[in-house]
Design a protein around this ligand. Structure first.
Ligand code: SIN
Ligand code: FE2
Length: 201
């Protein structure tokens, strides 16, 4: 791994509580395809829980305490999710992490995220905790510059990737969800859910 990018393989066990908590979020704040400031719909569908939610529209990227779709506050962050993020951050070397935002990304077939860095938060001393559920995908770590050949990190369900410190503002991207090998490249539609925990405000 790049220094200060830590892969916790299999750290997020998909317990009934975890699955129920993740499912409760879109029930209150539906997935939607946000538009980039340039007007293009993002291929991953998104929602949030926590005191703040990440949004994008013609006015730019930012955090909002209310869901613009429903007008209501984002659903509270379930304790099982907050605790998972706190334990993962501590295990990766950042004790005391207290996320106020969990962005939920839903990648259906072919959805991906281009190279970017997480830069809309106030406090860059706090890490990013990123959980993969559902299908696997390849995460691309570019680091300080959005150029050159990235480090390729295959993330399987249950993996947690944490980055902070010097790596906190590193460029990264993610590829589309992989079809289940046991499906033999068949009919099941792969869907990857990513939880990105941040201290935004
Ligand atoms: C993100 O960078 O916000 C999402 C990363 C991922 O889906 O793994
Ligand atoms: Fe990101």
């Amino acid at each position: 791994m790049a220094p200060e990018v830590v892969l916790l393989h299999g750290f997020a066990e998909p317990t009934d509580d975890l699955v129920a908590a993740v499912g409760s979020i879109p029930a209150a704040a539906p997935f939607r395809h946000l538009k980039t400031p340039g007007g293009k719909p993002m291929s991953a569908a998104m929602t949030n829980c926590g005191a703040l939610g990440w949004v994008s529209d013609a006015r730019g990227y930012r955090y909002e305490p209310h869901d613009p779709l429903t007008g209501r506050p984002w659903p509270a962050m379930p304790g099982v999710l907050r605790e998972l993020a706190q334990r993962a951050a501590a295990a990766a070397g950042w004790p005391g992490f207290d996320p106020d935002c969990c962005l939920v990304n839903r990648y259906a077939q072919g959805a991906r995220m281009g190279a970017h860095r997480d830069a809309d938060e106030r406090d860059f001393s706090q890490p990013i905790v990123s959980v993969t559920l559902g299908a696997a995908a390849t995460f691309l770590w570019y680091g300080a510059r959005r150029a050159g050949s990235p480090l390729r990190i295959r993330l399987v369900p249950g993996d947690v990737l944490v980055w902070g410190g010097e790596a906190r503002r590193g460029y990264h991207a993610v590829g589309p969800p992989e079809a289940d090998l046991l499906d033999g490249g068949g009919t099941a539609t792969p869907v990857r859910i990513n939880l990105t925990f941040r201290k935004a405000g």
